[in-house]
Design a protein around this ligand. Structure first.
Ligand SMILES: Nc1ncnc2c1ncn2[C@@H]1O[C@H](COP(=O)(O)OP(=O)(O)O)[C@@H](O)[C@H]1O
Ligand SMILES: C[C@@](O)(CCOP(=O)(O)O)CC(=O)O
Ligand SMILES: [Mg+2]
Length: 387
């Protein structure tokens, strides 16, 4: 028995961080995926192990299933239909299991992902021996939602063979989930994100599960039918950072300056609402494409200013902003900031020569530029291909 799941990364167009504090944010899926392959062991396979292979990092971990059973005695895969938060007690147990793996210091960020894996696997599948292989097209820890794509793909693969979802196992090729099953996948993925992020808003796992462009506020999504195609240049500053620490930092600033931060979050909420209405407004009846793009650029710039006031920009992000501004292009950080990726709107009428020049200048500063397709579908599974 084997299944593959793929879940997309995302960009946040407006509203990161503020969304954690109840403001609206707008996000879109991108066509870069995390893949999870799950294969349940048969008696002819070697041993009684649960194996996790993180292909991109060339790391492999394994645990005897008896060890998992001893660690989570109350779990037996019976929880699959009831997404459950990892208790403080279980978090300690997981921390001890992960500690024993002696993950090299340079890759220690993966410990959070392995912890989320242990919680989701033991809760949804219990103690079955299996091999799980993870590969990703997303840069990890760069603001493109690799943590959420990992949790969504993992939750999908783990749920695929449970009675909690209704799937035709004979279906050939990639397929999506029914709405109610998608909701379950998304809820479990959120539990994984909580282990990685501490206090996630849920926007990343939601856009990875459902795809498209969404407006998101206080746990609720609204699908946004955009009447225009957005083209975004994504620049990876390659400055590493950690979402959990950045989210916590904004929370602390909020505690120090509650009144000011409430205004900042409220301004971000208005920016996201205005962006949603610009995206939805019919073209050309109300606004021309160029007028819409100019509005979006202005909203991005205002949002970037507010992100600076939250304390999540970075010198490398500022370098990207300055460089793109020389070409009259608007940019903002995306995701948690502190490094990671920056978005630059590429207007429809912008010449290819300008794009080439700006990319060349950004790359000469050591950054990596790419254009990803945005607004595609969400998570999918496939029962037909092996790893
Ligand atoms: N393919 C993966 N395999 C293992 N862990 C992953 C994978 N993708 C993401 N993670 C976990 O998520 C963390 C990055 O998440 P985060 O800091 O939220 O940044 P982002 O979600 O923007 O990439 C990694 O350090 C790791 O713990
Ligand atoms: C900063 C935040 O708004 C987005 C984080 O995205 P990423 O993990 O940096 O891709 C946090 C959240 O919404 O959970
Ligand atoms: Mg993340």
């Amino acid at each position: 028995m084997e299944v593959r799941a793929r879940a997309p990364g995302k960009i946040i167009l407006t509203g990161e961080h503020a969304v954690v504090h109840g403001s609206t944010a707008v996000a879109s899926s991108i066509d870069l995926y995390t893949y999870v392959y799950l294969h349940f062991s048969t008696p002819s396979d070697d041993g009684d192990l649960l194996k996790l292979q993180l292909k991109d990092s060339a790391l492999e971990f394994s645990w005897p299933v008896s060890r998992i059973r001893a660690a989570f005695p109350e779990s037996a895969g019976l929880l699959s239909c009831t997404p459950t938060s990892c208790s403080v007690e279980n978090a300690k147990t997981i921390a001890a299991l992960v500690e024993e793996l002696n993950i090299p210091e340079a890759k220690i960020g993966l410990a959070a992902g392995v912890s989320a894996f242990l919680w989701l696997y033991s809760s949804i599948q219990g103690f079955k021996p299996a091999t799980v292989v993870v590969t990703s097209e997303l840069p990890l820890g760069s603001g493109l939602g690799s943590s959420a794509a990992f949790c969504v793909a993992l939750a999908s693969a783990l749920l695929a063979f449970t009675d909690s979802v209704s799937l035709d196992l004979n279906h050939q090729g990639w397929r999506s989930f029914e709405e109610k099953d998608l909701e379950l996948v998304n809820k479990w993925a959120f539990e994984g994100e909580k282990i990685i992020h501490g206090k996630p808003s849920g926007i990343d796992n939601t856009v990875s599960a459902y795809g498209n462009i969404i407006s998101f506020k206080s746990g609720n999504l609204t699908r946004t039918k955009s009447s225009m195609t957005l083209k975004m240049l994504i620049t990876n500053t390659k400055v590493g950072r950690n979402t959990k620490a950045l989210v916590a930092g904004v929370g602390e600033r909020m505690l120090r300056h509650p009144e000011i931060m409430a205004f900042v979050f409220s301004a971000v909420d208005s920016i996201s609402k205005e962006l949603t209405s610009v995206l939805k407004s019919p073209t050309p009846d109300e606004l021309s494409v160029t007028e819409k793009e100019e509005r979006i650029e202005e909203l991005m710039e205002m949002n970037q200013g507010l992100l600076q006031s939250m304390g999540v920009s970075h010198a490398a992000i500022e370098t990207v902003l300055r460089t793109t501004l020389k070409y009259k292009l608007a940019s903002k950080l995306t995701g948690a900031g502190g490094g990671g990726c920056v978005l630059t709107l590429l207007p429809t009428l912008l010449s290819g020569t300008v794009v080439d020049k700006v990319v060349a200048e950004l790359e000469s500063s050591g950054f990596q530029c790419f254009i990803a397709g945005i607004g595609g579908g969400g998570v999918e599974i496939n029962f037909g291909i092996s790893s």
